[in-house]
Design a protein around this ligand. Structure first.
Ligand code: MG
Length: 215
């Protein structure tokens, strides 16, 4: 299956094309071994990249979002989009757009939408995951909650991907970078090169003992 660039360009979202293609490539490898999971699907841009790779492997993508927009997407905030405001309920609602994206991309049998907070979805979760992509709320509390809830479910050799890594605070919020550094400091993940603002970490396998632990 080839990525439908035209469809992807028309999806609202904050992922650039290099980051998207990296998500696709990594998911293509990872989804052979187990389900992928993303937090913060918004209108489904990252979902199409990861989901299309999963589909190729007859895999599955769990896609978590409460679909009420994150802090910075509320009315009056920097990333508010009036087209995503539901006047009937007086709140942001991205689920309609998300569902449209999934159907247009032919991913209805690949993507499992979970419309809730990420910590609720994690509460009794036991399935090992081949890839976790964190792109949810960008407050410290939200980013930490997502990291804390999901990083432990990544299988050996599986990937932890974190969006919006800005080493320079002038360029962007520091919460995603904070959890990225926590993951590195845990000693459980191998640091792979960043792709623009996409942090790429791979869970060590039992056979790869980090250097600092080798005699
Ligand atoms: Mg993002």
């Amino acid at each position: 299956m080839k990525l439908d660039e035209k469809l992807i360009n028309n999806i609202k979202g904050f992922l650039d094309v290099h980051e998207g293609k990296a998500l696709y490539d990594i998911a293509l490898e990872a989804s052979r071994y187990g389900p992928c999971l993303e937090i913060g699907s918004y209108c489904g841009k990252s979902t199409v990249y990861i989901g299309s790779a999963c589909k190729k492997n007859s895999g599955i993508l769990f896609s978590i979002d409460h679909h009420q927009g994150s802090e910075e997407q509320q009315p009056g905030e920097e990333y508010f989009d009036p087209e995503l405001f539901d006047h009937e309920t007086s709140r942001v609602d991205t689920f309609k757009a998300f569902r449209k994206t999934i159907e247009a991309a032919g991913l209805a049998d690949t993507v499992v939408p979970m419309v809730c907070n990420s910590e609720v979805a994690a509460r009794q979760w036991t399935t090992p995951l081949s890839l976790v992509f964190i792109d949810g709320g960008h407050s410290y509390e939200a980013a930490y909650t997502d990291y804390n809830a999901w990083a432990g479910h990544i299988m050996p050799d599986g990937y932890l991907l974190i969006h919006d890594i800005f080493k320079d605070p002038e360029k962007g919020g520091q919460a995603p970078y904070h959890i990225y550094k926590m993951a590195v400091a845990s000693g459980l993940f191998k640091k792979l090169p960043l792709i623009n603002t996409l942090g790429v970490l791979q869970r060590y396998n039992f056979r790869d003992i980090p250097h600092n632990l080798q005699k």
